[in-house]
Design a protein around this ligand. Structure first.
Ligand SMILES: [Zn+2]
Length: 428
């Protein structure tokens, strides 16, 4: 398939815009420049559209196998394509957990059969994510595991985490951590703060997260392991990561769009679409996350896309499962609320969703250059539309952002040289 994109707005390294044509051939970017021609190419008129490398999301719950009522690899990757994501990493808290060569092989087979974009599978750190016994890191790496994580739960034993980091370092793989100290959860459903007090709910204190990060950066130093912090949410966590980076420890961190855009003061009432783990924290935490992103403490943005069924979310703030969907709304939300408001530049936002996650994990994606795999997205930065969960391609409708007016909607997503998704009104 040969595709010629005409007249797209390309962001230079300095953040300026230049009109370019891009020729895609045999899954690769064959040429970038003015006035390109190609016979037999499908032409996409990108006049007025931003042309960006395809977005990279290293924290996605696809739910398959075992949770197909919430999402499948097919629906989750289509949601990713609609959101402009061409590479996503799938979390292992599925049933079964990819904790053996056999379960990972089965997962890879399903991905190859039904994935609309590239999926990098995480394998678990411990068997069934129970925190008791390490998986076979070398064999799982060989089978294509992207990294190791027990996301969904924290690894409770410091000894188990140290052993995991030592083993990961020996096979040159990262440990990716959901940081949560179980003895400090206090059966909470929201952040311990003003909102939990007002509604008489149990709160999850900030220290529940930060104490694990403080422990883990020291373990990572001892093991000389690349340690990555998932969905960082508190100001103390940001401070610990900043100090660890200054000390030369190999730590990276991600933050979600919802933690950048919302705090507990924004929760309108007992609405479980505002229930996620980690919870929406206080305003000072939100400010610290933005500051951490700007000063390089936080490396990139990841959605923590976590679909659930409407029935599950209807169980109320106390009982409903944690998590919200994020793939189809991430870029429009961040563009409208951070770039248009002058908090991030367009270039910074694009980098946090492309080259920065790729660099943190040594991935060859997230860049538009001749010879690179043709992963890209065309984005309409001018048309304003409101977020309508009923239009989602994800099975999940659980979002607190329904009705938000946004600009920055992806209109064509090309993954490995093929059109993975396009809006109804785009002709090619
Ligand atoms: Zn998590």
């Amino acid at each position: 398939m040969t595709i010629l994109i005409k007249n797209g707005q390309w962001l230079t390294d300095k953040g300026q815009k230049e009109a370019v044509d891009i020729l895609i051939k045999d899954e690769k970017i064959a040429a970038i420049g003015p006035d390109l021609q190609a016979e037999d190419a499908e032409i996409i008129d990108a006049t007025g559209l931003l042309v960006s490398p395809g977005f990279v999301d290293l924290h996605v719950h696809l739910r398959e196998p075992g949770g197909e009522k919430k999402e499948t690899i097919a629906t989750g990757t289509l949601a990713a394509a609609r959101g402009g994501f061409t590479t996503i990493a799938a979390m292992p808290n599925t049933r079964p957990v990819p904790d053996s060569v056999e379960t990972l092989q089965n997962l890879n087979k399903r991905i190859a059969e039904t994935g609309a974009v590239r999926v990098l599978p995480y394998a678990s750190i411990t068997i069934r994510e129970l925190g008791k016994e390490l998986t076979d890191f070398a064999a799982l790496k060989e089978e294509g595991a992207f990294a190791f994580t027990d996301d969904g739960v924290g690894v409770q034993s410091a000894d188990m985490m140290l052993q995991a980091m030592q083993l990961a370092a020996s096979v040159d793989m990262p440990i990716v951590a959901h940081c949560e100290e179980n003895t400090l959860i206090h059966k909470g459903s929201v952040h311990e703060g003003e909102f939990s007090k007002k509604h008489g709910l149990n709160g999850i204190p900030s220290v529940c997260e930060s104490v694990h990060i403080a422990r883990d950066v020291l373990l990572a130093e001892a093991a000389n392991c690349h340690y990555h912090v998932c969905h960082i949410s508190t100001k103390e966590s940001v401070r610990v990561v900043r100090d660890a980076k200054r000390a030369g420890i190999r730590v990276t961190a991600e933050v979600t769009p919802h933690h950048l855009l919302l705090c507990d003061e924004d929760i309108p009432g007992l609405d479980s679409n505002y229930k996620m783990n980690p919870p929406l924290r206080g305003k000072a935490d939100r400010d610290a996350l933005i500051e951490g992103l700007l000063d390089g403490t936080i490396d990139f943005i990841a959605t923590d896309h976590a679909p659930h069924t409407a029935e599950e979310k209807a169980e109320g703030m106390d009982l409903a499962p944690f998590g919200i969907v994020g793939l189809e709304t991430a870029f429009p939300l961040l563009y409208t609320n951070l770039v248009e408001k002058g908090i991030l530049t367009e270039k910074q936002l694009v980098d946090f969703l492309t080259v920065k996650p790729a660099q943190a994990f040594d991935l060859p994606y997230g860049k538009l250059e001749v010879g690179a795999v043709a992963d890209l997205v065309l984005v309409d930065l001018t048309k304003e539309e409101s977020i309508d969960p009923n239009t989602f391609l994800s099975k999940g409708r659980n979002t607190p952002f329904g009705g938000w007016e946004c600009k920055g909607w992806p209109v064509v997503t090309i993954a490995a040289g093929k059109i993975a998704w396009k809006r109804g009104y785009v002709t090619v």
